[in-house]
Design a protein. Structure first.
Length: 293
């Protein structure tokens, strides 16, 4: 599949755990996505952009080879397909699709650190990542590659341990497995092709990346407004989570009080509001942030 002249292409997962969140990010960045005649290609009606919906393990190659200009993919997939050829640039983590690639074993297996894996058979869908980790730990073990249902390998006597993605740990619990080692921390990332787009599309690509960065920055961020005595400013600033330097404005008719506005990049809990009130703050408002640039 070749690139289309005069249009950018963004590769996203067709189905799976990142599919819906990837489409949400694209739409939140202001792209009006219209479903095409087939399920592979969606078009953006307000910009010369196509959305290519493919298997997740095809995304790094499509972006690295310049077939797509941008892609949204899990770090676990990106690491597994890394093979020394053209490499897509990771522009930013996206804050969703978080999971962990872990080594897990049955509770009956005596485990005392990575050396306990020496000589064992380990089942996984990520043989390259696992091999790099084992080599880094100086462990000689056999890898059994499976494309699904990795967690049943110990019960079927196919392997003594597994290396699989873990989100909540419920699947491991259901199969009587205990997580022992973290091989990789993963989340969705935005990647860019090393092949530059047409000169006339570079500005659009930069704009889309900046918009996506703004969407990611606003995730979980809150806009906090409150009134406070001037004497309490230092204490209140220290309480505001991830706020940096807040905006401070005088209150009309009151020389001893100010209005404080702050963008908080961390969660604002009820306990935070109680601490602010105890420090002297009043009229506290916490608002969601839809976009930030």
């Amino acid at each position: 599949m070749s690139t289309v002249q005069g249009r950018l292409r963004i590769a996203v997962q067709k189905s799976g755990r990142l599919s819906d969140r990837s489409l949400d990010l694209v739409r939140d960045a202001g792209l009006r996505v219209v479903k095409g005649n087939n399920d592979l290609l969606y078009r953006v009606e307000n910009y010369p952009i196509d959305l290519l919906r493919v298997r997740d393990d095809d995304i790094p190659t499509l972006v690295a080879d310049g077939v797509c200009d941008l892609g949204i993919v899990g770090e676990n997939v990106l690491e597994e397909v890394r093979n020394g050829g053209p490499v897509a640039e990771v522009l930013m983590p996206l804050g969703f699709g978080r999971c962990t690639l872990k080594i897990a074993v049955p509770p009956t297996l005596a485990y005392d650190g990575p050396a306990s894996l020496e000589g064992l058979r380990i089942a996984t869908s990520y043989p390259k990542i696992l091999r790099r980790w084992l080599d880094g730990e100086g462990i000689a073990a056999d890898i059994v590659t499976m494309r699904g249902a990795v967690e049943v390998a110990p019960r079927l006597k196919l392997a003594s341990a597994i290396c699989d993605l873990v989100s909540t740990g419920a699947t491991l619990d259901a199969n009587g497995l205990v997580p022992r080692e973290t091989v990789l921390e993963s989340q969705a990332v935005l990647i860019k092709s090393p092949v530059a787009p047409e000169a006339g599309l570079q500005h659009l690509l930069d704009s889309i990346v900046e918009r996506m960065a703004g969407v990611v920055s606003s995730q979980g961020a809150k806009y906090v407004m409150l009134n406070a005595p001037r004497s309490a400013l230092d204490a209140i600033t220290a309480i505001l989570p991830g706020a940096g330097s807040p905006t401070v404005m005088p209150l009309s008719g009151r020389d001893d009080a100010v209005a404080v506005h702050a963008v908080c990049q961390e969660a604002v809990f009820w306990e935070t509001l109680e601490k602010l009130k105890a420090a002297g703050a009043s009229a506290i408002l916490v608002l969601p942030i839809e976009k930030m640039m």
